[in-house]
Design a protein around this ligand. Structure first.
Ligand code: GDP
Length: 302
């Protein structure tokens, strides 16, 4: 999405797509993300509390290129807050929006809202017509409704990919992944993996091991041992953990990983950078802490 003049064209390499799933409440976003992740989070929800995972990267054999691994990163942005926050910060981290529309329910207010978000961000949209197993499924109606919104299905002469699926039975989910890879190929996504990592915090919190963030690398490669600077916080990367709880040595462009090692909890959406060494990271972080304290004192004095 972003071209850095300091990255020479010859340094750029293909990178996986970053996908945000959006749609009206109850149209099946959680079930779809879960079907993709295959770990059944929605079924484990107790008392309506969604166990949220902000971002994860899946790897699977490429459906068309034998011997190649395909990767896709999914962002799950509750209320589209992180999506908007990052756009406001000038970081368009999403490459593709998957718009989930339930085949029985059709286009609803939040469908239009999500459509507007995606359009404002200038991101291509893939429509996932979900709940195709439902007796009241009416995919034709969904196509007509979205056509009225200017999303013309490719099989009707337009340029929007529509995929019919059921997140519940998983039928059509593979097809959606294929279409995401196809759309990603068209976008020719690239980044320089051979530079200090830069990216965004998708979610943050405290775990028994201390502050934990889910970081999305935009460019460069994040490694265990790197000196990390994120807003007024810093630290040395102690561990990188993927979606399956496995420890990684490094995470390249477009990959989402859990990061342990920061000395505080940064706001979702904030940018992180890798700097030369921990001393430098600490110096800048402390300057920022000081600036925040000054600003807070000024606000109190008013
Ligand atoms: P979200 O609010 O968009 O995250 O929607 P959920 O994933 O929580 O799904 C809302 C409801 O729709 C749940 O009861 C799901 O079991 C159901 N649902 C989701 N996908 C499908 C599907 O493909 N077919 C059917 N029949 N129901 C589904």
């Amino acid at each position: 999405a972003e071209l850095d003049p300091t990255d020479r064209p010859e340094d750029l390499r293909p990178r996986p797509p970053v996908v945000t799933v959006m749609g009206h409440v109850d149209h099946g976003k959680t079930t779809l993300l879960d079907a993709i992740r295959k770990s059944n989070v929605a079924a484990k929800e107790v008392g309506g509390i969604t166990q949220h995972i902000g971002a994860y990267t899946i790897s699977f054999p490429h459906p068309e290129r034998k011997g190649e691994l395909a990767q896709i990163t999914f962002l799950d942005t509750p209320g589209h807050a992180a999506f908007s926050a990052m756009r406001a910060r000038g970081a368009n981290v999403t490459d593709i929006v998957v718009l989930v529309v339930a085949a029985d329910d059709g286009v609803m207010p939040q469908t239009i809202e999500a459509l507007n978000h995606a359009r404002a961000a200038g991101v291509p949209i893939i429509v996932a017509i979900n709940k195709m197993d439902h007796p009241a499924a009416n995919p034709l109606k969904v196509r007509q409704q979205l056509q009225e919104q200017g999303l013309i299905p490719d099989d009707w002469g337009g340029d929007t990919i529509f995929v019919e699926l059921s997140a519940l039975t998983k039928k059509g989910v593979d097809k959606l992944l294929e279409m995401i890879l196809l759309q990603a190929d068209l976008l020719e996504l690239k980044a320089n993996p051979n530079r200090p990592a830069v990216g965004n915090i998708i979610e943050s919190g405290i775990s028994p091991g201390g502050p934990t963030v889910t970081a999305l690398v935009r460019k460069g490669t994040l490694r265990v041992g790197d000196a990390l600077l994120c807003g007024p916080y810093y630290g040395k990367v102690r561990a990188l953990i993927n979606e399956d709880g496995e420890r990684l040595k490094e995470a390249g462009p477009s990959v989402a990983v859990k990061v342990l090692g920061l000395n505080g909890v940064p706001e979702p959406g904030s940018e992180f950078t890798v700097v030369e060494d921990e001393r430098k990271a600490r110096e800048i972080a402390e300057q920022r802490q000081e600036a925040l304290r000054t600003r807070a004192a000024e606000t109190r004095a008013k």
